[in-house]
Design a protein around this ligand. Structure first.
Ligand code: 5AD
Ligand code: SF4
Length: 437
């Protein structure tokens, strides 16, 4: 009988893509995808630890498998990713959820196949988290996001923003060889992928950890030398390294989407300093102004945080002012979460939960109002949507425009993977509804 896997992914696109690599490893060993955990022989949780609720979520869902494991002891449960890579996390997890068979980290994901073999030869749980390792082969990924393909250009982060756990669980920056990236992208376009999203914790510092012969804007230009029609996206940029050369590439390369994700985090210079972000609100807004000068109509999205230690009402108001000035088409908003081992976790002045709750509500309202305002301007316009999937609930096809807005439309045939012109009739939040023209 054929063996089946089920992978549960938490967190960012980096994790989504790494789950594709885990799937690839399992498929090479003859496994195929199961529709749910109940039908699987191996269930893998690829976890995140950026905020406490991401960890609680994973713990809850892994814990929920206890019954299934009891009724079917042959079921193999593995937990890996950022959460387990934290110091002492594997042992903590084993203590709380002793029925988990394998615990692995971010640095030894490439060895997942070997870990399966090793576990088969022992009864007790296999706790295997390493401090160093290497990346899995890029071509092993079993992709499930057509027409978009994720492509890592670098791993890790050197910035040590004081709230952030990422540098501790992902290690220092490692840039991939540009020729390998170019070959991967070319291969994906040959296969028919229509959108390539380059991934890195801070793509702007591509090629600064070692000499790879080109910087990030040069890499983008090289990718765009391929004359075919496709969309090129990238994430994430740190504002401190975001500069004119990159903006010019966005302006000049037709495949590069006019959408930049530029996490501001806060609008208060005092808080930005405590966060070790290395820019002021004014510098951030100057870069936004430059972007809009070179790339008229460029969409801007951001990450914003409330409740960083010592944040006052005055600091928070600066964030609201920044939102007003930057005109984000969308932004992810977060309540600061204390991550053990980071510098901010040891800071005095942790902000009470009720205050955080009140601020996040005001922030979400400010961002949503902006998103709505910008969406309303879309009514009557024709946008080019790259169709990604069918929304069964709505009975409509869906996809995104260049600026990242979700567009919905009806069609008789299956247009997934096609660029479709849609005339917008109605808008709701960041979504557009229209008809194919
Ligand atoms: N608490 C809350 N939000 C965080 N982020 C990173 N670390 C934390 C934390 N400890 C947010 C930042 C980052 C995004 C990916 O997650 O806004 O840009
Ligand atoms: Fe975390 Fe800052 Fe690195 Fe982003 S740039 S991953 S927020 S440390």
């Amino acid at each position: 009988m054929e063996k089946k896997y089920f992978i549960v992914t938490y967190g960012c696109q980096m994790n989504v893509h790494e789950s594709e690599k885990l799937a690839g490893i399992l498929r090479r060993r003859g496994y195929t995808a199961a529709a749910c955990a109940e039908e699987a022989d191996v269930v893998v949780f690829n976890t995140c630890c950026i905020r406490e609720n991401a960890e609680n979520h994973a713990y809850g869902n892994i814990g929920a498998l206890k019954k299934l494991k009891r009724s079917r002891p042959g079921l193999l449960i593995a937990v890996g990713g950022c959460m387990t890579q934290q110091e002492g996390a594997a042992e903590r997890l084993h203590k709380k959820l002793p029925f988990v068979d394998i615990v692995f980290g971010t640095h030894n994901l490439y060895k997942f196949g070997e870990l399966l073999d090793k576990k088969a030869g022992q009864k007790k749980a296999l706790l295997s988290v390493e401090e160093q390792g290497r990346e899995p082969e890029e071509d092993i990924a079993f992709r499930t996001s057509y027409p978009n393909a994720w492509v890592n250009i670098m791993y890790g982060c050197n910035n040590f923003c004081t709230y952030c756990i990422v540098p501790y669980v992902r290690g220092r920056e490692r840039s991939r060889d540009p020729e390998a990236v170019l070959a991967e992208v070319r291969g994906l376009l040959d296969e028919g992928y229509k959108e390539i999203t380059l991934l890195g914790q801070n793509v702007n510092s591509y090629g600064t950890d070692r000499d790879v012969g080109m910087n990030f804007p040069q890499l983008l230009r090289r990718i765009c030398e391929d004359g075919r029609k496709f969309r090129l996206r990238f994430m994430t940029s740190n504002p401190k390294d975001f500069g004119e050369e990159l903006v010019r590439a966005v302006a000049e390369c037709p495949q590069l989407c006019r959408l930049v994700h530029l996490p501001a985090q806060s609008g208060s210079d005092r808080i930005l300093r405590l966060m070790n972000r290395k820019y002021t609100a004014e510098e951030y807004l100057k870069k936004v102004e430059m972007l809009r000068k070179y790339v008229p109509g460029c969409a801007l999205t951001s990450d914003l945080m409330v409740g960083f230690p010592t944040e006052t009402e005055e600091d928070f108001r600066r964030t609201l002012e920044l939102v007003e000035a930057a005109s984000f088409s969308a932004a992810f908003t977060f309540v600061y979460s204390r991550r053990s081992g980071t510098k901010a976790a040891a800071m005095d002045g942790q902000v009470p939960e009720e205050v955080c709750k009140e601020r996040i509500m005001r922030l979400v309202e400010a961002v949503n109002a902006q998103t709505r305002r910008l969406s309303e301007g879309y009514a009557g316009k024709t946008v080019e949507i790259l169709c990604e999937d069918r929304d069964e609930k709505r009975g409509l096809w869906m996809g995104r425009d260049e600026f990242g807005r979700m567009g919905y439309f009806a069609d008789e045939a299956d247009p997934v993977g096609q660029f479709v012109n849609v005339r917008v009739k109605d808008t709701s939040g960041i979504s557009l509804f229209g008809e194919r023209v």
